[in-house]
Design a protein. Structure first.
Length: 123
């Protein structure tokens, strides 16, 4: 009888220890899942793309300016090219596939990739 009680006591201790271990594993698993979800969300949000703008001699880009700009995906940006006296705006060159009118000094571009634009001026 004593032997049976000792055996039962050992089994119940093993079960209790086993349950504690499973509880620990469950907590660690939940923590790791939460960390994975947070890390995954960090990369969410609209993509950002670079728009680089320059001009030839004979004028400047007054809006948004010349240089490197960063925009969220699908942003519509107004472009304004202003010629110097004695020059006229010829066209936009470079990645012009999403420019509304590549031959208009004032136009728009929808940013959905990296773009490099040049405002070209002629005499």
């Amino acid at each position: 009888m004593k032997r049976i009680l000792l055996d039962l006591k050992k089994r119940s201790m093993k079960i209790i220890l086993s349950l504690k271990r499973h509880h620990y594993v469950a907590r660690v698993s939940i923590f790791l899942i939460a960390v994975a979800l947070i890390v995954g969300m960090v990369g969410c949000g609209p993509a950002k793309y670079a728009l680089t703008i320059s001009s030839t001699s004979g004028g400047t880009v007054t809006a948004p300016g010349e240089g490197l700009f960063e925009y969220s995906e699908e942003t519509e940006v107004t472009l304004v090219a202003t010629p110097e006296p004695g020059y006229h705006f010829a066209n936009w060159t470079g990645n012009v596939d999403t420019i509304a009118d590549a031959y208009a000094a004032t136009t728009t571009i929808t940013v959905n990739d990296r773009y490099y634009l040049i405002a070209r001026f002629d005499r």
